[in-house]
Design a protein around this ligand. Structure first.
Ligand SMILES: [Zn+2]
Length: 139
């Protein structure tokens, strides 16, 4: 898992085995896998709450890595509801939203994973992966 600092273009969305996790499914980590769009290798990923990922804000701040519009267009995030703006302007499921870069183990294609994690209501903690997309650094 790494942060992304270069400008990127998002490509195909990968197939993910599980995208929604609740309560104990997130402890000590949420484990899932995605199928590489290029070579069909099944890559496992493990998201550790409060450790994995970087704030999504870092991607769209000043259009540094990707524009808000591209994130919205690809369904990576939605506009945060008015009462949840403290989590940022763009979120997954109105929860604190993070991302990380990863690559296919066999063909080294690069992927970006976006997820929201937090307490949706008292006693209900949710981790939702909005998607894992192939990406390329733009020229
Ligand atoms: Zn691959």
């Amino acid at each position: 898992m790494y942060s992304i600092v270069e400008k990127i273009n998002i490509g195909k969305k990968a197939l993910i085995s599980q995208t929604d996790f609740t309560n104990e499914e997130t402890v000590p980590s949420a484990k899932t896998s995605f199928i590489c769009c290029q070579c069909n290798h099944e890559n496992t990923i493990e998201i550790v709450p409060y450790q994995s990922g970087f704030p999504i804000f870092q991607l769209y701040h000043g259009d540094q890595v990707i524009t808000k519009n591209d994130l919205l267009k690809n369904g990576a995030v939605t506009q945060t509801s008015a009462t949840m703006q403290h989590f940022g302007e763009l979120t997954v499921n109105n929860l604190p939203t993070l991302y990380f870069g990863t690559s296919c183990k066999t063909c080294t294609s690069k992927y970006i994973c976006v997820f929201g994690y937090g307490e949706k209501q008292p006693g209900l903690t949710i981790l939702t992966i909005s998607g894992i997309w192939e990406y390329k650094e733009s020229e």
